[in-house]
Ligand binder design. Sequence first.
Ligand code: XCC
Ligand code: SF4
Length: 624
Amino acid sequence: MSDYKEYSICKDAQLTLKKAHEDGVETAWDRLKKQEPQCGYCELGVSCRICVMGPCRIDPFGEGPQRGVCGADADIIVARNLARMIASGAASHSDHGRDLVEVLYKVGLGKAPGYTIKDPEKLKRIATEYGVPTADLSNEEIAKRLAEAIMEDYGMKKERITFISRAPRQRIELWEKLRVIPRGIDRETSEIMHRTHMGVDNDYVSLLLAAVRNSLSDGYGGSMVGTELSDIIFGTPKPGMSEVNLGVLKEDQVNIMVHGHSPVVSEMVGLAVNDKEMVALAKSKGAAGINLAGLCCTGNELMMRWKIPMAGNHLMTELTIVTGAVESIIVDYQCIMPSLGQVAQCYHTKLYSTSDKAKFPFMEHVEFTPENAKAQAYRIVKESIENFTRRNKLKVYIPVAPVKTMSGFSVEAIVGALGGSLTPLIDAIKAGKIKGAAGVVGCNNPKIKQDYGHVELIKRLIANDILVLTTGCANVAAGKAGLQVPEAKEMAGPGLKEICGLLGIPPSLHVGSCVDNSRIVVIACALANAIGVDIAQLPLAAAAPEWYSEKAATIAFYAVASGIFTVLGVMPPILGSKKVAELATSGLNNVLGACFAVEPDPIKAADLMKNHIVDKRKKLGLPI
Ligand code: XCC
Ligand code: SF4
């Protein structure tokens, strides 16, 4: 009988998957099996259904059709498909960012009860960056004016988005030369949808450069806005401890989960569960208290700021329900499998959707707006508590004990841990104690043994004195493996171990959710600016070992566009065009000073990153 070790390296996943099958629950892994073999044309990126003269496909073996009905060849079709993927990712992050702009604006108008300005210092700092005056103005007035200024970044009044100026001069000059400076956050996404319509842009290089610009409108636009405004409204994260894995669920408490990406809903849920009256209600129903835990990036957002525990990443979301211990899951948007409602049919778990743009089968829709969010949060928390009495104790299975993990490494917190400036980090890099830094980001994908890619990659990097910064679902993998606590320094190389010991930090730092990849960008820009070089000259690298999402593709694109070599653990659908594949994996070096590599083996991926970092050190004249 299967012990499920081929599905996941995590004990909690293996054990709960077994229960899922005993309970007759189907998971993403089962559905992947039923999909196999997956379509080879789509895997290569050579199928097109952009218009209804099609659908068309190109024969990769050169015997069948080489052009679609309109005449598009493999290069055009692959480039168009890839560009649309980038556009969807950029749209997702940027629309999430827009929701924060709306909350900030309504806080300014006094129309968002429950929301406040938790970091007024950052509000003023960002307002100043936007040229919004702050002297003698109330926080609310500054909030309103800043929100209005950011709204212009979303439009077409400006020549360039504001935060792009955070990049080093050399990079900006290169982007200017390539004409890839994003003009408006929405404009670039919209333009990609236009360019990829039949009969518009049919030059694969031109399409890919436009996709680069679109990705930058996410990294330095929508995502960065999402991060910075979340900090202003909900507080800039500080390091602190919490717990991770399915063991964070409590047998004797009401377990409420938040899932998705935007902290706008979950912050209000956090407020409600801490209310004395709600806790008293839970006790009156026989529970010892209320346990709020996270899934995916909404979980990361709340863990960063409130230190709430994290139940799991992408592939754990269905399994969380299978524990039978969850009273409710409150979701916002992105990465919420439409299967969750089906899984919940077998248990007592109630599911709530909260965004007008994200509705799901078998979920109750309780729409949140900045105006009503607080009241709605209290309503669903109350219902969740009442649902505790419907829990079937015989079905409850919490498979493991939780492990400790650390989070909260905002840029401000990292600079704080370093004593107020990046200089100690730069000195450590120059001296070779830290060889370089790597972002390890992204999802789970059932095509890859869950968390294996993340954990093995990070272990190998830190053992080679490379400081790791993680976001998204990679955090959860690293946290569960014990890599994100200060004691993990024992697994690091001697130099990194020494620095982590001095600062009391882990060798793998939880810097936040998927939009918080913008924090990694900010650090890369700040390092480059401090040393006076371009980002592409720095000993940096990035990886998305288990990515699945269009958002991850966009993140990878803006990383490379920023000059950071990026290794993907799953092949993007580009192999159908030799030209596009060649450009992505080497040609871009001559254009952007960085390119992609695809390497599913995490050990080999780590070595590619290490070699890249060593090479950059040599070129800077630093000790190897
Ligand atoms: Fe989604 Fe952000 Fe991917 Fe996880 S990591 S599966 S995008 S939750 Ni960004
Ligand atoms: Fe076929 Fe061209 Fe239409 Fe695509 S755009 S479906 S290749 S005709």
